[in-house]
Design a binder for this molecule. Structure first.
Ligand SMILES: [Zn+2]
Length: 304
């Protein structure tokens, strides 16, 4: 899947070339877990990039629909999150996303989200920046108060018209009348078989085209405008955090080595270390809701 997505967005060769030129890649030093040393680096950083993954959402109880425990009815996310699945059975795919949207209504940001948002607001007053680059499609970073968030996989709460391409924020619950009470994840639930005309439709200029969730599906290319912004952040940051995902898991696998190759400190915050972890300067093991509040707390050198 990772390779497929890298190839799909045409970044495979570029990433490998960036990785191979990096002076830190060949190092044999272990990643440090010295928090006081990290805090010194943090206190001097002007532009911080924070790459977040599914682990951050999982700590708020958001299911990922991946792995053996991740089934919705009899499907995993990769079975339904494709253009082919949508055009074959838009009712079924909308039921899946309706379920995910409804779940989100009951979830709230956790300590990791809140810490990142608070840090961004605090550092902004000091002329410093924090930008979140995330693969998650929920809106918990926004709910927590983060302003600078680059969502490389789109959003559960946006729609895109398959006819006119219009993208719109949509927080309705349910998103259309026909989905009311539908979307049960139970394996024996029957498909709602909603006619396309009763699924969410475009409201722009009498278009009435079929709407789809504005998320990046398997096999689709990432938004080039978002990627351009991501590139700028990665090329200018002087500290990078990888939170709730491993540095070998997409998208951190694409981005973190690029930052490390410039000699910029990269710090991982997740529950597991991997052999690749030693490419980076720091690794802090544990739930990010526990480690981040310590790592990003106000430093004694900050003038507030
Ligand atoms: Zn339209």
């Amino acid at each position: 899947m990772i390779l497929r997505q890298l190839v799909a967005i045409g970044l495979g060769p570029r990433i490998s070339s960036r990785v191979s030129r990096g002076p830190l890649v060949e190092t044999t030093r272990s990643a440090s877990s010295d928090m006081s040393e990290f805090r010194q680096v943090f206190s001097k950083a002007k532009h911080i990039a924070i790459i977040t993954g599914a682990g951050v959402s999982a700590e708020s109880g958001i299911p990922t629909f991946r792995g053996s425990a991740g089934y919705w009815r009899k499907w995993l996310s990769q079975d339904l999150a494709t253009p082919e699945a949508f055009f074959r059975n838009p009712s079924l795919v909308w039921e899946f996303y309706h379920y995910r949207r409804e779940i989100m209504q009951s979830k709230t940001p956790n300590a990791a989200h809140l810490t990142i948002a608070e840090c961004e607001a605090r550092l902004r007053k000091q002329g410093r920046s924090v930008v979140v680059i995330t693969q998650v499609i929920d809106d918990l970073h926004f709910q927590a108060g983060s302003k600078q968030v680059l969502k490389i996989h789109g959003s559960l709460f946006e729609t895109r018209c398959v006819s006119c391409g219009d993208v719109a924020v949509n927080q309705r619950s349910p998103i259309c009348d026909a989905l009311l009470g539908k979307g049960s994840p139970c394996a024996d639930a029957s498909d709602a078989k909603i006619p396309p005309e009763d699924l969410p439709r475009c409201e722009k200029n009498e278009c009435h085209g079929l709407l789809r969730p504005n998320v990046i599906w398997f096999g689709e290319t990432l938004d080039s405008h978002v990627l351009t912004k991501v590139e700028t952040v990665l090329d200018t940051c002087d500290l990078c955090l990888v939170v709730g995902t491993s540095s070998i898991v997409y998208p951190a696998a694409m981005f973190a080595p690029q930052v490390a190759s410039r000699g910029v400190p990269v710090a991982e915050f997740n529950t597991d270390a991997t052999p690749e972890t030693n490419r980076f300067m720091y690794h802090f093991k544990g739930p990010c809701g526990s480690t981040l509040p310590i790592a990003l707390a106000c430093h004694e050198s900050e003038v507030i």
